[in-house]
Design a protein. Structure first.
Length: 240
């Protein structure tokens, strides 16, 4: 849906696409919720049917805010490089242990969506996750081929919600950042787009809710990233 409180999204202005990973390309939130349901299995007798799943989903959505706050504070305090080093070290360690390293599944429909848009737009990844797990996800699903540039948590001086990584991605794609569309699932993605003066489209297949994404200023909200190609390539009159 279009956000009536935000400036209308101008598709004619879009010359490049920038994607978040977790909840946008990777089905991270569903995977996390599934794991929490498993942890709660011994307590299932205390829940009514469906309550364990509802609790897990709400917990995942609640955790997104504090985690982004921690990453943002680490960035502001200049200690984010230490956190990224630890996460990279742990991921590299897990890669060497059989059956230890797990790659999140992709959001259903992401590959055909990217295939449909790859001939029309240059595309980039901008994520606050670390380099090792970002590359592992993209490589495992054969998605790396679609992107001109991949920027992880330490690729720029500051991470989202700062504008730095979006500006760097636009430069790598040789387009003005104002001509980019940021596609993400959290208010951090929306705030980064606004800070960079890029356009913003949010999706509901990840951590954010429609209410908070619209309030943050997302110009358009779609149910899933898989619908992006249809949205961008359809006639304007068909958009709601």
């Amino acid at each position: 849906m279009q956000n009536p409180a935000a400036k209308p999204l101008d598709r004619a202005r879009i010359r490049a696409l920038i994607f978040d990973v977790d909840g946008t390309l990777a089905d991270t939130d569903d995977n996390m919720a599934y794991k929490i349901v498993g942890v709660l299995k011994p307590l299932h007798s205390l829940f009514k049917p469906g309550q364990a799943q509802q609790f897990s989903r709400r917990f995942v959505h609640f955790s997104e805010g504090p985690m982004n706050w921690i990453l943002n504070m680490a960035d502001k305090l200049g200690v984010d490089s230490w956190l990224a080093y630890f996460l990279d070290w742990r991921a590299k360690r897990d890669l060497r242990i059989p059956n230890k390293f797990k790659v999140h599944p992709e959001v259903p429909g992401v590959t055909p969506m990217l295939e449909a848009l790859a001939t029309r737009y240059p595309m980039a990844v901008v994520t606050n996750r670390n380099e090792v797990t970002t590359r592992a996800f993209l490589d495992s699903h054969n998605l790396t081929r679609f992107f001109t540039v991949i920027l992880a948590s330490q690729s720029s001086k500051h991470t989202k919600p700062f504008a730095d990584p979006l500006i760097a991605a636009a430069k790598a794609m040789d387009v003005p950042v104002e001509a980019c569309l940021m596609v993400g699932d959290t208010i951090v993605d929306v705030h980064a787009a606004i800070a960079a003066k890029a356009q913003s489209l949010a999706v509901l297949c990840g951590f954010g809710t429609e209410k908070e994404l619209l309030k943050a200023g997302a110009q358009v909200v779609l149910p899933s990233t898989s619908q992006l190609a249809e949205f961008l390539l359809s006639e304007p009159a068909s958009l709601g």
